[in-house]
Design a protein around this ligand. Sequence first.
Ligand code: ADP
Length: 326
Amino acid sequence: MEEIKCIGILTSGGDAPGMNAAIRAVTRAAIFNGLKVKGIYRGYKGLYTNEIEDFKTENVSNIIQRGGTILKTARCKEFMTPEGRKVAYDNMVKAGIDALIIIGGDGSLTGARIFAQEYGVTCIGLPGTIDNDLYGTDTTIGYDTALNTIMECVDKIRDTATSHERLFFVEVMGRDAGFLALNGAIASGAEAAIIPEFSTEFDQLEDFIKNGFRKSKNSSIVLVAESELTGGAMHYAERVKNEYPQYDVRVTILGHLQRGGSPTANDRILASRLGVASIEALMEGQRNVMVGVQNDKVVYVPFSKAIKNDKPIDRDLVGVLRELSI
Ligand code: ADP
């Protein structure tokens, strides 16, 4: 097995709070273990355009508390093509990088998997996405912070919803996964969540109206996961206007504010643990795995599993939400 002396680190795809904590952890753990580190800017784009810089421990000072990513992130069309990946590979070799640590979501890890297969490059992935939609890890870097942001926003919406006795649909991110909507609803005491996982099973609006709206309350908040499968919050507001015109309905789309902010303690700790674990994985000779956590223990998940499988939503949570929204 080829000895690894120098790693390249990049953040790719959608940004997530805690990515900086992960960059810091990977960089410091690598240096601690005698490896060289190169920071690659703008995800795969920087590998393609050769935006690569030597990273020392000072490069990652004072960033654990900052949202976003100091390495920037991007989507890179060129990396989707064999020609683009060839350019990226040549730049990587020129920079003396023996292995890549990729912090990103499903798409970024798919890219890593293809790159690893094509060129025999060693890649280790860290789950960095607010959506929590990667299989094989209980949680992802950024998810807890986004969840807390949603909770704080919904608390504020509750004040105005109650004053006016309104029904609010609050759209949250999630990209075809209902984790943020469902747990955000539980955390903020919302009445219901409309999630993509159930979009083909039953009419979630009817279910909500039937099960609880205004039985005993003077306001209702429903979190809706942004997804083509749900149709989003506007879709449900329109439906209520048409089907239940007696209700005073409003929509709030939380949008990109869910991606920002200082990471929570949980996200910082997760990012730090996974960053260290990614270097341990390399030292142990692991290749092409995502480092995740299951039952609070670090695990290695082959890319093929992390990407291909849909992460199931815990159906007990739906029961919790329903029981508590009477
Ligand atoms: P995320 O990692 O947040 O899911 P994207 O799906 O946008 O974000 O993917 C980020 C980047 O990963 C893409 O811009 C592209 O460069 C790379 N990527 C995604 N899918 C592939 C693929 N099938 N082949 C090669 N590269 C890919």
